[in-house]
Design a protein around this ligand. Structure first.
Ligand code: DGJ
Length: 728
């Protein structure tokens, strides 16, 4: 049984195949955290949870000087009742007081996993896949009920947590902090790992030891952001890719978030993740509820690789949805870096013809096809084809592209409005704004107020009309600025701090409706590249453009960091021209191709500018990728050498049955007088023998895992090597 309630000791055990999470009903029915880590039996964990008296730790129960919430490991801590560490939830009651209690009331254990209303979440296809524990905690004075929800998957080492609040009282109240998960660790001998960066250099892996006080990452930008990803991990300081304990927390949310670890006076650690309390509050009327987003917790005793394997398969199979979830993704060409705004139907047809000859399957028409959009100063919101560029319209262009033998994709930026647009002239109050204040533009645009249902309805109708008018096989859903003046024209004053969360709920609602209405369309997320590479978006749009930086060497770090949490099938990567448009670097076409093959593969250049020899190479790359794309997109991905630690980056993909694998190594600089290096390949079957395709060599899987492949010496900078391994 994955969920066991020991009614004698009042302990809940939540088991996955290799992990256990445990919590118990403690003194006065407080909910106490007891264990998260390796799988254990159902023993008396209270014996390992001491109570003692300590100075300056006030006593909730005056007669018991050992009863202080400041010393107990809490499952969902609140403010004002002797726990001075960070609370998981805070509220303001009608009398202005902020103190409340959450004590155990009742619980339910069911099979399956309930949906989260209006929010993205992992799911099950059959109820036997998972079991769910729901625990109601009550604040008796106000009638506020918190329902903590835990789901464990039968065959995956993942646990999901979320919380909802229901106002069971007679007066309205305000929640101003609702974290989705809070976990207390009994020690602080841990490293804090985060994925941080900026536009064009997303998801750098940063790892630091915990210290006394709070260490955190957050977004206040209205989107999960390029700057911080809604994910952190705590690791044993000795843990690495292959061994050691790792605890991952990934928030299924695309708006403002906060993830933090607090080391307290006793050397214990409280880790929390959820909606950012900054600029957030939510008023709940009597009888109403508030649902917080889901957190996915993954424990691995096999280092970061073990953690990533669990996230990859869960997010690929039970977070992403729709017809494209399990389908091989097409090789595409995108016209953005090929033409920018300067294209015509004739130019696009020429690109399509060249692309077809090289084996490319889909042409994506990027920004600039609508309104009067010849640069980024105008027309967002005016989703009407520009007849100067495409005189016969989208349906005609799409038909021509299909006739050439390619599928056709289209770019949108649905959440935005240009001040220079017919839409803005008609509805100047449709953007997020604060009354009487000027409106800050970013890339010359404002943000539509998706907290307003009528604006969401308008975009579903408008985009729906374009998608129905022409045969569109793919949509690139972009989002090119962060949110300022976060306020809504229609919310009352005491609900203005709900705007950012309501806005992202509106975005999810629009994505849900459009993806349901157009189930065959492959939707790709994008936010100035990887500014919204998060599990929330991946629930609706199964893949995301990893970065606007298409330089192969920069991409090594971006893609490596991304794979800590996100599967290959969620990440798109394209070969672009040299000198690269973002960093002006010259890299070989082979290396550009090899790096882009770590994701859903494509091109972002004008094939017309390539030499005959280069075209031949492109055709070979496309053919190679198509031959192996099932393995690449749906196999097991293993990181082998980190760009954050040395000159080389390496990775492997292994088929689920271990029968075949591809291994890549990229050496960035060519060192003078280099020595030889061996590359150990993880994930192979140690009992099988593998042939290195194209050579006479065969090696045991054990040898490849423990001794490694010999990396050939290179003679130049930016060189790549690929090995194809087949079990014999
Ligand atoms: C930002 C995206 O990341 C690019 O790929 C491109 O679509 C531009 N926006 C278009 O404006």
């Amino acid at each position: 049984m994955p969920i066991v309630y020991d009614s004698h000791h009042k302990i809940f055990f939540l088991h996955t195949p290799r992990t256990t999470y445990a919590l118990g009903i403690g003194p006065q029915k407080s909910l106490i955290h007891l264990h998260w880590g390796a799988r254990i039996g159902e023993g008396n964990l209270w014996a390992a949870t001491p109570r003692w008296e300590a100075a300056f730790c006030p006593n909730f129960e005056p007669k018991d000087r050992t009863y202080s919430f400041d010393l107990l490991p809490a499952e969902y801590p609140v403010y004002g009742r002797s726990d001075f560490r960070s609370p998981a939830a805070t509220a303001v009651f009608p009398d202005g007081s902020r103190v409340f209690d959450l004590f155990y009331k009742t619980h339910r254990i069911t099979s399956g996993k309930p949906k989260l209303k209006g929010l993205p979440a992992t799911y099950v296809e059959r109820s036997a896949e998972a079991s769910t524990l729901e625990i109601d905690l009550l604040d008796a004075k106000s009638g506020l009920v918190a329902t903590l929800s835990y789901t464990v998957y039968e065959k995956r080492d993942a646990l999901t947590r979320s919380v909802s609040f229901r106002n069971g009282g007679k007066e309205s109240l305000v929640l101003d902090r609702v974290f989705s998960a809070s976990v207390d660790f009994p020690h602080a001998n841990l490293d804090f790992l985060q994925l941080s960066g900026a536009w064009a250099r997303e998801r750098d892996v940063i790892r630091q030891p915990l210290r006394s006080g709070i260490q955190s990452v957050e977004s206040r930008r209205g989107a999960s952001s390029h700057q911080q990803n809604p994910f952190i991990a705590l690791l044993d300081p000795k843990a690495d890719e292959r061994q050691g304990e790792v605890y991952g927390l990934s928030l299924v949310y695309s708006g403002n978030f906060l993830a933090q670890a607090e080391v307290d006076q006793m050397g214990t650690t409280r880790v929390q993740i959820g909606i950012n309390p900054f600029d957030f509050s939510w008023k709940i009327e009597p009888g109403a509820s508030f649902q917080a987003p889901e957190t996915v917790l993954v424990y691995s005793a096999e280092g970061l690789d073990g953690m990533s394997q669990t996230y990859h398969s869960l997010y690929r199979e039970r977070l992403a949805r729709g017809a494209w979830r399990d389908k091989e993704r097409p090789v595409l060409v995108n016209n953005w870096e090929a033409t920018y705004f300067d294209f015509t139907a004739t130019k696009l047809e020429a690109l399509a013809r060249e692309s077809k000859k090289l084996g490319v399957e889909l042409l994506v028409l990027d920004d600039g096809w609508f309104g009067k959009r010849n640069d980024d100063t105008t027309s967002l919101g005016d989703w009407v084809v520009d007849r100067k560029k495409l005189p016969k319209g989208l349906a005609d262009l799409s038909a021509r592209i299909h006739k050439i033998g390619l599928k056709f994709g289209l770019w949108f930026e649905p959440e935005m409005i240009s001040p220079d647009s017919d839409l803005y002239r008609a509805h100047p109050d449709w953007c997020l704004h604060a009354p009487g204040r000027s409106r800050t533009t970013g890339r010359n645009q404002l943000v539509l107020d998706y907290s307003r249902p009528e604006i969401c309805d308008w975009i579903v109708k408008t985009m729906g009309a374009v998608l129905s008018e022409a045969k569109i096989d793919y949509v690139k859903w972009d989002m090119n600025r962060h949110l300022t003046e976060i306020g809504s024209a229609t919310l009352p004053a005491d609900r203005q701090k709900e705007t950012a969360h309501r806005h992202i709920l509106g975005v999810y609602g629009v994505m849900e409706r459009l993806t349901r209405k157009f189930p065959k369309v492959l939707f790709e997320g994008c936010s100035g590249g990887g500014g919204r590479f998060d599990p929330g978006i991946l629930h609706y749009l199964p893949q995301t453009w990893a970065s606007d930086n298409s330089d192969a060497i920069s991409r090594l770090r971006i893609q490596y960091g991304t794979t800590l949490v996100y599967p290959v099938s969620s990440m798109t990567a394209h070969v672009s021209a040299v000198p690269n448009h973002q960093v002006h670097r010259l890299t070989p076409l082979k290396t550009r191709g090899d790096v882009a093959m770590a994701g859903n593969f494509g091109y972002e250049l004008d094939f017309g500018n390539l030499s005959a020899e280069e075209k031949k190479e492109v055709a070979a790359q496309v053919a190679f990728y198509k031959r192996h794309r099932k393995l690449i997109q749906f196999g097991r991905f293993h990181r082998l050498a980190s760009p954050f630690e040395g000159n080389s980056t390496a990775w492997a993909v292994v088929s689920p049955d271990g029968g075949e694998a591809l291994v890549w190594n990229i050496d960035v600089l060519h060192p003078a007088n280099p020595g030889h290096r061996r590359l150990r390949v993880a994930g192979l079957d140690p009992k099988r023998t593998y042939r290195v395709v194209g050579t006479k060599h065969t090696f045991g899987g054990d040898l490849l895992r423990n001794v490694g492949l010999l990396v050939p010496l290179q003679k130049h900078d930016f060189q790549s090597t690929v090995w194809e391994l087949k079990a014999v």
